[in-house]
Design a protein around this ligand. Sequence first.
Ligand code: GTP
Length: 452
Amino acid sequence: ETDKDTIIVTNSHSWKPFAFSENGIPKGLLVDYWKLFSEINNTPVEFALSDWNDSLIAMQEGGRKVHGGLLYSESRDEYLDYVLPLFEISTTLYVVNDSEELKTQGVLPGMVVGVVRGGYEEEFLKTRYPLVSTMGFDNNAALIQAAREGKIKRMLVDTQVATYYLLQQDNPNRFVPIDRMYQKMLYAAVPAGNELLLQEVESGIKNIPPHEIDRIKQKWLNTSKTTQIPDWFWPLVGSVLFLGTVSYIILLKQAVHRKTRALKALNSKLEEYAFTDSLTGLMNRRGLDRNFASKRVNSMLKRGQLGVLMLDVDHFKQINDKYGHLKGDEVLNNLGRALNNYLREAVAISRLGGEEFCLLVPAEDLHDLEVNADYVCRFIVPQASQEGIGLSVTASVGALLVDKGCKDPSLEALLHHADRLMYQAKENGRNRVTLGSLSNQQHHRYTNQISA
Ligand SMILES: Nc1nc2c(ncn2[C@@H]2O[C@H](COP(=O)(O)OP(=O)(O)OP(=O)(O)O)[C@@H](O)[C@H]2O)c(=O)[nH]1
């Protein structure tokens, strides 16, 4: 398509929200409308916004011009050809908001009414109400300014325009609408007699989709909605949302923290349960494993000063059979408590299951271990049975000293050898200790037997 010649669109420079200029930039509903016209029809458009009267004079001079939007009047018809109606606007009489003025409706002879010079309002008043005086202003901004300053008490302005200007002021209710004077169509117009331009503009306008026009009208005519929201509103909403979100996150974090702490406490409790024998409260086999891995046991092993005592209650089955399982439990419980109370130097006291207990004790040498084992067998076990249910209970003990150079100092191996020593004690008549040591040379070596 070949480039078309530019169309000059004339209109007011202070007819908010229809056409106005802000820092030299044309804006408003009609400006958007003609920009759309330009885009859709590929016709370059330039805006010449001026005082209202000057926009009419420019049209009288002719040329490739369009008046961007105005009302029909006979006087204008002399030098304009109207194209198509764009949309309807209404015009309202505004009165200063005081009781005296509000008493009279409409306009009366002798009244002075502010209007825009050359505007349709002026023509309307002069033809319809010849006895009313008009005071002309160059544009809407000047008119509203005069109203604000109290220079006029009444003005006839397009409703949307007045609303737009008044809402921008600190006291928008200073002037109030009292009479809608007329409602008329706004037209685009070209200089009279330019048939080609008339047709071009007419078909161009028909190309604009109605929903696009609705969108522009929505944007500019819903002024009350946008201007009623004060400047601080959105920042406030933003701050509230921000603070809300931050507080929520903080609360959430605190809740997670609390729950994590509770969970940790629960976990460590569960862990303790997993390492503890529920009947006696001593450590179980898993607890012994953990204890055996400790630094203390390790250094005892390295120095060859770890003693392992394997203790098994004698004829425990008979106790159960004779006095019942509960009594059996009580015996085990008492024994556990007594071991805990009287064998302070023990590194670990555990119940491996049934009536079998395993103790880790420090032992300088075999003699030292023997003293400890003997103490267990001859003092602690009888003590436990006395303190308990008055039964005379005995136990057999295998006591193993782990030598410095022991090849396999795993708990598994140590328990195995201590167990064998304990069985030897059983075989030799129970209620006694069998002593042995585990070196790199040999497996456990029978050393001594003490009968209690
Ligand atoms: N009351 C009670 N009895 C248990 C528990 N665990 C195992 N027992 C019983 O302990 C008894 C162990 O019996 P045995 O292994 O035959 O050995 P014993 O009767 O002590 O005989 P020796 O060990 O040979 O002196 C069995 O009757 C088991 O039922 C327990 O937690 N509570």
